[in-house]
Design a protein around this ligand. Structure first.
Ligand code: HPA
Length: 264
């Protein structure tokens, strides 16, 4: 049964770890989505590279609604996502993994809800705990068994991009309590929550953020650090998918649907 998906961010494009792979094109009202479905140790998984297989889609133009709805239509109720992030926190150094537990939203121009009034209705979705605690504990358990150092908790500041931030922006984000900065978690996490899907993100620190790093920021630096950590991130995600179904559900993610009658 397919109920878990991986959304790969920067540096995570390759579904080769999955066996018996097949590529499908899932139609949604927001557009068609190319998805690879396969299995890992008998567990059926779906995979979407967020930026496209060749990293051709920038963060502000990702079709987040199509991706999340397509997975929902296939039966997916758990999503593990990856993200490359800059660090605002000296304890989170390049190469370190963080399971973020909160976000601050500084995006500007992205469709960020399935519910746009009219037939779809007006929905104010609870976002108290956006990243699923049950999925995070599966990830922590997998990290312990693999002997990986992973920090459980951190505030993800989501910027619009595609430019990096100014030093002044980063100072403000730090004052506000941000730990890491990236360009993709919002609205992805919000859309998953609107459909009652459990969602967690493994953030890989690729650099210190603007003004904290002594250097200018480059995408190749981000990409290089991700490349060095791809195998570890992939292993962490795959092993934790095996623990998800075994986890007793201690989250409220699916309760969102008690109020929101999905008509999508
Ligand atoms: N800022 C925004 N997004 C990022 C960064 C950053 O410093 N590093 C990786 N993704």
């Amino acid at each position: 049964m397919l109920n878990t998906a991986i959304i790969g961010g920067t540096g995570i494009y390759n579904p080769d770890a999955l066996e018996e792979r097949r590529d499908i094109l899932q139609e949604t009202q927001y557009g068609a989505v190319a998805i690879t479905v396969g299995s890992y140790k008998g567990m059926e998984l779906a995979f979407i590279p967020r930026h496209g297989a060749k990293h051709s889609v920038p963060p502000h133009l990702v079709n987040y609604r199509a991706n999340i709805l397509a997975l929902y239509q296939l039966g997916v109720r758990n999503i593990l996502a990856t993200a490359a992030v800059g660090s605002l926190n000296y304890e989170f150094k390049p190469g370190h993994f963080v399971l973020v537990d909160q976000f601050l939203d500084f995006t500007k121009s992205r469709p960020s809800s399935f519910y746009e009034g009219g037939e779809q209705g007006v929905v104010h979705c609870d976002m108290t705990v956006p990243y699923c605690p049950s999925l995070r504990s599966a990830l922590m358990e997998a990290a312990a068994s693999l002997n990986y150092q992973v920090s459980n908790g951190g505030v993800y500041v989501c910027t619009e991009g595609p430019r990096f931030e100014t030093a002044a922006e980063i100072s403000v984000f730090k004052l506000l309590g941000g730990d890491v900065v990236g360009m993709t978690s919002v609205p992805e996490v919000c859309l998953a929550r609107e459909l009652g899907i459990c969602y967690a993100t493994v953030a890989t620190i690729t650099n210190f953020a603007a003004g904290i790093s002594p250097n200018i920021l480059t995408h190749s630096e981000v990409y290089e650090v991700m490349k060095n950590n791809t195998a570890a991130v992939r292993q962490l995600l795959l092993e934790s998918t095996l623990l998800i179904s075994a986890q007793e559900t201690r989250c409220d993610c699916a309760r969102i649907l008690e109020e929101v009658k999905v008509k999508l």
